[in-house]
Every structure is written in structure tokens, then in C-alpha cells.
Design a protein around this ligand. Structure first.
Ligand code: BES
Ligand code: ZN
Length: 601
């Protein structure tokens, strides 16, 4: 297997197979402190050192622990700091011990952690903290082999202030007293990017026999209602692709600074509160993160270049779950929204990054985590479905998840399995050269099948008539539009819409100040681009409140296109940045720095 260029580890020489974490949460210092013990499998006969990934860790000492519990100090050194990868920790271990223990503490600025004061939470009663390890941020809170090619089981003993609840990407005890001590166990081998922890004033509500939602007390009822279909999602996916193998499936609703929509941490999906809109219209996010329990967490991309195996397969499965639970019309709308988005963005994506499996030279770990991996990946599977039919493709996928269960694989492993078990077995449906074009060529093959949506066709017609002046905004039949239909209407307005049309839309439909952030993000980008300044204060509020990259960075980008907008963006950022996650801080700072480095036309 190809080695992972985004890790210093040498897992072919020595490999971690289990992790024991003993950590204390210190909110005053904004740090985790304690030790990590790695169980090791020494593979190469000549290996005498262990290389681990770290970033901004404060290392205290390293020990070898023998089978009978004897502890011996080991020599260690840190390599030069790489901006993207952090620093290699080299531990000299000529006696090849079965366990190595590292005593350390994290930095207050760890890239994989966010520490929030009570004022940044929904209830303002207690501090909050959470991790986000994907892609390569686990190394900022645990020294380990931070590559998805390595899998390990883990156990943890976490101390926290009394009254707070700690959760992890593992099995714990929902009924445990909030006495400041929590224990967790992840009995299945998982890659490092699925290591997760959060702590705060968290209440719990069951949503089914094997699912619950964790959220702050003022949010938990709303969340339980929004996610009431969780068991239907799990049961539908099992029907299609085989058993859910992880035991419980819980959801954690985070504060709005969470930088992503969702993160598929095993046993405990982490989710943005921006999907809590009261009508379940954005819960396909749960379908997506749940789908990762098969595509991603069970069968895992071995390097970041192969991440479409996680995200593309998951987006396809997500649509199948949505269809099973809410019907084909909604699933088709979501697939079409995504396909149009991909078609719009593709022309500005570098040719190599238009490939599902790009040439790995020079790729950053997160370069491949974009629309291509998700939507071209899902489109490839929809193409296979169109050629082989659902029965064959569903059986193939089920076999694929079984065959590679708990394995980390690269694109070529998947392709070899696809060829042997589907393409060669049913000749005449799809040429192997077609498969290779999907995976290794830029662009979308011309005959890629698109779903049809009569409702979207109606929206296209309405948008056209509105822009042509044949109907006014109040004449749009938008009372009946669902969230996806509003998204589609807004997505396909001209990039710079006429100001008077924007004013009309807002007067008729009160888009400014909407409680639905998916609609809000699209609306504010249009308002800013079209010179509708009346929407700026509400846009600023959206930007201050929401740290989710996908919902907030487009507003900064739109504002940064004019000097007055840039000044406003900087003003918003000055008051928002201390509440943002490190990733959001970095992304917004880069947007602002970028435009400032350009000479103004
Ligand atoms: N695994 C991703 C989130 C992620 C990707 C974190 C890359 C870090 C780096 C997760 O499964 C995901 O795709 N989330 C989406 C949800 C959406 C597609 C429903 C998100 O966060 O928007
Ligand atoms: Zn995903």
C-alpha cells in the first residue's frame, strides 16, 4: 500500500493497535493533560524507533511499559515544524516495548480543539469544549500515528469538572453520574481521524431503541423532535447494506461555532445546530453521517487522496436513505441540487482535483475534500446503478462493505474488487475504460445520468418568469416551497442579480433574517453581490453567530469583493473571531489577507 504523505509515521515498521487515554480537562488553561499509552506491533525486524505525529503538543516524558508493568524512560526528540503536518516525534525504543506511554499536555490553540466560554453556548451556564480531528488534527490533541491507514481500538478515562458531561466517539454510559470521571471504550479498530471528545452541560433524550441525542438542556427537546426519524434511518440502511455494527448511534448537537455540518465520529455523530430548523428539512445530514458507519468508518480511505471512497460512497448512500425514509422526490431534489452545484464549480477546479483519485504529488490533506469527492463520487455510483440496476448494485455494495469491513483501502483496492465482482461478472453493461475515465480523468462523462425533478422544473420556470418581469415576486408560489426548493431557486439566480429584483424578493418573502441558515447563506451572498445593503446587518449577525465554514465563508468572500464590503467584513471578523473555531479563524483570515494582497483594480 502507498504510504501516507500526510503523516510522519512508518506503520510498516511498527504499528499502534490500541490506545489508552488518561486525560484531564482543564477549562481554565484550555488544555488536556495526562498521558497516552500506545500498544505496539513491531513489524520490521530492524525497527528500533517509533515515529509519531504531533502538533503543538507540550511533551513531558516518554516511557516504555513492559508486560509486567515495569516503566523505563525513553529518549525522544521532535523534528522540525512543518506548517501543514506539525512535528514528528521520534522515540528511541531499541528494546521494542509492547507499550509506549507519552505524558503531555495540549496547547490552548490546538488546531483540533475548540474551548468555549459559557457565553458562547446556548444556555450560558457552563463552558464547552469539542474536538474535530478530520483531516489531520488528531495529532494536536493525542500523539499518535495520524494516518487513516492505521486502525486501533481505544479506551479512555477522562476527568472533567463536576456537573459537566463528557462524550467520546466510543461506547460510554449515558446514565453515568456527572461526578467528574468518565470511561469509554471503542472495541472496533478505527482510524485516528475518528477520535473525538466533547464536554459541556449536556442533556440526553432517547430518539429510538439504540439512539439518543445529546445537547444543551434548552436545545435537547427541539433536537429530539428534529432527529426523531433516526431509528428509521438506521433500519433502512441495514435493509440495504447489512447490519449496523457499532452498537449505539447517538448524535451530539454542538454550539454554532462547530466548523462543519456533521462529523461521523463512531457511536456519536457531531452535528451543527444549524440543521435544527423545526421541520426536519435538513436531516439528510444525519443520513449522511450515519451512512459513514458503512462507507468511511467500516471501509476507510487509506490516504486523503482516496477520500472520495468515504465521501462519494456516503453521499450516494445518504440519498438512498433519504429516498427510503422520505421518498424519491426529495432524494432527487437533493441529488440534483448537488449535481448542479458541482457543474457550476467544476470549471474553476484544477484538472487534477477534478479526478476522483488525483495524482497525489503535492496534494494537501484537505485539497481533496471538496465537491468532486462528494458529488462526482456519488454520481459515479448512480451511473453504476443505472447500468447494473439496483438489485445488482445494492448486492455489490453490501458485499463490498463486508469484504473490506474494518479495513483501510485505496482507490485501486476498490477498483480491483469492483472489476472482479461486478464489471467482469456482468459484461456488456459498463466498459472498464468508462470506469477508469470516471476515476482518473477530469470532468464528468457526458452520458452521466441526472435525476429529474418536476418541482425543480417548475422552480426553473418561475425563476425565469420572475427575472423576465412576467410575474412579480409576490406571484411566486413560494408558500409551498420546501427548503431544497428555496435553495434551488436561489442557487440559480444570476451571480449578480438586479437590485430591484432582490428588493422585491425580500419584500415579498422576508428572506433577510430567515431562521434557516442554508437559505440565509444563499440569500446574503446574492444580497451582497447585488448591492442590497439593507441586508448587511442581518448578514453580519449570521456571520457572527455561525462558525460553520460552508455557511459563513461565502459571505466573507462576497463582501471582500468591494472596498466597503471588505471594511464591513473586517469589522464583523474583529468581533466574531474570538468565538470561531481555529479552522474558521484561519479560513476567514486567509480570505481577508488574500484580497488585501491584491492590487485594487
Ligand atoms: N467527514 C465529513 C466532514 C469533514 C470533511 C470534516 C472534511 C473534515 C474534513 C462529514 O461526513 C461531512 O461530509 N459533513 C458534511 C455534511 C453534509 C454533506 C450533509 C458537512 O459538514 O457539511
Ligand atoms: Zn461525509
Amino acid at each position: 500500500m502507498a504510504t501516507d504523505p500526510h503523516s510522519f509515521a512508518q506503520p510498516d515498521r511498527v504499528r499502534m493497535t490500541h490506545l489508552d487515554l488518561e486525560l484531564a480537562l482543564d477549562f481554565a488553561q484550555r488544555q488536556l493533560a495526562g498521558h497516552a499509552t500506545l500498544r505496539l506491533d513491531w513489524l520490521a525486524p530492524a525497527a528500533a524507533a517509533l515515529l509519531l505525529d504531533t502538533r503543538d503538543l507540550d511533551l513531558e516524558r516518554v516511557e516504555a511499559v513492559t508486560a509486567d508493568g515495569q516503566v523505563q524512560t525513553l529518549a525522544w526528540s521532535l523534528g522540525a515544524r512543518d506548517e501543514k503536518l506539525g512535528r514528528a516525534l521520534r522515540i528511541e525504543a531499541p528494546q521494542r516495548p509492547a507499550h509506549v506511554r507519552i505524558h503531555y499536555r495540549t496547547s490552548a490553540h490546538a488546531s483540533g480543539l475548540q474551548w468555549l466560554g459559557p457565553e458562547q453556548t446556548a444556555d450560558h451556564t457552563a463552558p464547552f469544549m469539542f474536538s474535530q480531528s478530520e483531516a489531520i488534527h488528531a495529532r494536536s490533541w493525542v500523539p499518535l500515528q495520524d494516518t487513516p491507514a492505521v486502525r486501533f481500538t481505544y479506551a479512555a478515562h477522562i476527568r472533567a469538572p463536576r456537573g459537566l458531561r463528557v462524550v467520546m466517539s466510543a461506547l460510554g454510559e449515558a446514565g453515568h453520574a456527572l461526578d467528574g470521571e468518565f470511561r469509554f471504550a471503542q472495541p472496533h479498530p478505527v482510524p485516528s481521524y475518528l477520535l473525538a471528545i466533547a464536554a459541556g452541560a449536556l442533556a440526553v433524550r432517547d430518539t429510538g431503541p439504540r439512539s439518543a441525542v445529546y445537547a444543551e438542556p434548552s436545545v435537547v427537546e427541539l433536537a429530539a423532535r428534529e432527529f426523531a426519524d433516526t431509528e428509521r434511518f438506521i433500519a433502512s440502511t441495514e435493509q440495504l447494506y447489512g447490519p449496523y455494527r457499532w452498537g449505539r448511534y447517538d448524535l451530539l448537537v454542538l454550539p454554532p461555532s462547530f466548523p462543519f455540518g456533521g462529523m461521523e465520529n463512531p457511536n456519536m455523530t457531531f452535528a451543527t445546530p444549524t440543521v435544527l430548523v423545526g421541520d426536519k428539512s435538513l436531516v439528510s445530514l444525519v443520513a449522511h453521517e450515519l451512512a459513514h458507519s458503512w462507507s468511511g468508518n467500516l471501509v476507510t480511505a487509506a490516504t486523503w487522496r482516496d477520500i472520495w471512497l468515504n465521501e462519494g460512497f456516503t453521499t450516494y448512500v445518504q440519498d438512498r436513505i433519504t429516498e427510503a425514509v422520505y421518498g424519491k422526490a426529495l432524494a432527487d431534489e437533493e441529488a440534483l441540487l448537488a449535481a448542479r452545484d458541482l457543474q457550476k464549480k467544476l470549471p474553476v477546479i484544477a484538472a487534477n482535483l477534478q479526478k476522483l483519485a488525483p495524482d497525489p504529488d503535492g496534494l494537501a490533506a484537505d485539497d481533496t475534500l471538496g465537491v468532486v469527492a462528494y458529488h462526482k463520487g456519488a454520481w459515479f455510483l448512480r451511473t453504476l446503478e443505472a447500468r447494473y440496476g439496483r438489485q445488482l448494485l445494492d448486492a455489490w455494495l453490501r458485499g463490498y462493505f463486508d469484504h473490506f469491513a474494518y479495513c483501510s483501502i485505496c482507490t485501486e483496492d476498490m477498483l480491483a474488487y469492483l472489476k472482479a465482482s461486478l464489471v467482469d461478472r456482468h459484461p456488456g453493461r459498463m466498459g472498464w475504460d468508462e470506469v477508469l475515465a470516471w476515476v482518473y480523468q477530469p470532468g464528468i462523462p457526458a452520458d452521466a445520468p441526472l435525476p429529474e425533478s418536476p418541482r425543480f422544473a417548475m422552480i426553473d420556470a418561475a425563476r425565469h418568469d420572475f427575472l423576465a418581469g412576467d410575474i412579480d415576486a409576490a406571484g411566486l408560489d413560494a408558500h409551498a416551497w420546501n427548503t431544497q426548493e428555496w435553495m434551488y431557486f436561489l442557487d440559480r439566480l444570476p451571480d449578480v442579480a438586479p437590485l430591484e429584483k432582490l428588493e422585491q424578493l425580500d419584500a415579498a418573502w422576508q428572506l433577510t433574517g430567515t431562521a434557516n441558515a442554508e437559505i440565509g447563506m444563499r440569500w446574503y451572498v446574492h444580497a451582497i453581490a447585488g448591492g442590497y445593503q439593507a441586508a448587511w446587518p442581518a448578514a453580519g449577525e449570521h456571520m457572527r453567530r455561525i462558525g460553520r465554514l460552508y455557511l459563513t465563508t461565502p459571505l466573507y468572500k462576497a463582501l471582500a469583493r468591494t472596498p466597503a464590503g471588505l471594511a464591513y467584513a473586517e469589522q464583523v471578523y474583529a468581533t466574531a473571531s474570538s468565538g470561531y473555531h481555529p479552522l474558521t479563524q484561519a479560513a476567514v483570515a486567509a480570505i481577508i489577507a488574500d484580497v488585501k494582497s491584491l492590487p485594487r483594480a
